[in-house]
Design a protein around this ligand. Structure first.
Ligand code: SF4
Length: 356
């Protein structure tokens, strides 16, 4: 069951409560380069990104946020470290959210100024604890950046905001290893009701980072923990969004586009199933309809799976049977299988209308 969390609002996206678990990412462009950043945001939004964050390392980047915000189709979050002036410029630029650790920006009056400006604009703050940048006192007390130390860090930042009567908060607790991350989120989830932004930080390249993120984020989501997620990959951030969606789809928490089922093939398979499956997945990736598509190699499990799916292929000798909603449509030669399935998928979109 999903953990009960407080609901906050980030632009037009709700986070926490019973709001859908949102998928977010972060631009890898220089924020000061407005055209490149907007171009990347457009690609991210097209892939299903619902919230985007930009790094704000200096005033130039903070000022660029105004132009980015005016053309950004999804809520925009400014990622600030240490300098409250950057937070103030970002807020004046109209950002929808801040990622900022209040304990790291110095004197109390600076925190008060930022929090007051956030409260006036109803801009939430994400406290983002990272195992690589824990406070010195906590490292001394715990010896290492343990899960408990991460949670104590988060609670410290939370207290600062609560003392100022500010509760539009979400929290992340990221370590680059799964066990510590999961443990930290479980500990914090039992102590506060703020919505949680989950992810495995610095997870690795697209291949290894996808596996780590799927295991870590998947474990948390299966526990009911997590209100918004970011997959961190060393690669094109569009891949982060695709992987995020696949994780949510795999756990049946959200629907977006097709869910693919295909068999691993074996000695019974008498068609080139791998290339058919790859082509189908690639060509239907952006289909605007939430359907199950099964591509199966032979008559052992093929007809069963293909019949259960919305669309399916069950391979035979040099040909396959095409199924639609449990009924055989026709026999198709191997060379035309991918085309036939893709055509049938678009027919469904035409007949039923695509998803929103
Ligand atoms: S569906 Fe057929 S070809 Fe595919 S793995 Fe199963 S038995 Fe093998």
């Amino acid at each position: 069951m999903r953990r009960v969390s407080r609901r906050i609002q980030l632009g037009d996206v709700a986070i926490g409560g019973d709001a859908p678990i949102s998928v977010q990412s972060m631009c890898s462009t220089s924020t000061a380069d407005v055209p490149a950043t907007l171009d990347q945001i457009t690609r991210l939004a097209d892939a299903g990104c619902e919230i985007v964050r930009c790094a704000v390392p200096d005033e130039e980047a903070a000022r660029a946020l105004a132009a980015i915000r005016s053309s950004c189709p999804i809520p925009l979050v400014a990622d600030i470290h240490f300098d409250y002036r950057l937070a103030m410029t970002a807020l004046h630029s109209g950002v929808d959210g801040l990622r900022l650790n209040p304990g790291n920006i110095g004197a109390r009056w600076k925190v008060e100024e930022v929090v007051k400006a956030c409260a006036e604009r109803r801009v939430p703050i994400r406290i983002g604890v990272n195992s690589g940048s824990l406070e010195k006192e906590l490292l001394e007390r715990y010896g290492h950046p343990t899960a408990e130390a991460m949670v104590q860090s988060a609670l410290g930042h939370i207290r600062i905001l609560e003392d100022l009567d500010f509760r539009d908060i979400k929290v992340s607790l990221k370590a680059s290893d799964i066990r510590r991350t999961v443990e930290a989120y479980r500990l914090l989830a039992a102590q506060v009701d703020y919505p949680l932004h989950i992810g495995i930080t610095e997870a690795g390249t697209t291949w290894s980072g996808t596996v780590k993120s799927a295991v870590g984020i998947g474990t948390l989501l299966y526990d009911g923990i997590g209100d918004t997620l970011r997959v961190s990959l060393t690669g094109d951030p569009v891949e982060e969004v695709r992987v995020g969606w696949e994780i949510l789809k795999a756990l049946e928490l959200r629907r977006r586009g097709p869910i693919f089922v295909s068999c691993p093939t074996c000695g019974r398979c008498q068609i080139d199933l791998i290339s058919v499956a790859e082509e189908v997945e690639q060509r239907l990736h952006d289909l605007p309809l939430s359907i199950t598509v099964a591509v199966m190699g032979c008559v052992v499990n093929g007809p069963g799976e293909a019949r259960e799916a919305d669309l399916g292929i069950a391979g035979g000798k040099g040909q396959g049977l095409l199924f639609r909603r449990g009924e055989i449509v026709r026999k198709v030669p191997q060379a035309e299988l991918a085309d036939a399935l893709v055509t049938e998928a678009w027919k469904l979109v035409d007949e039923e209308g695509g998803d929103d």
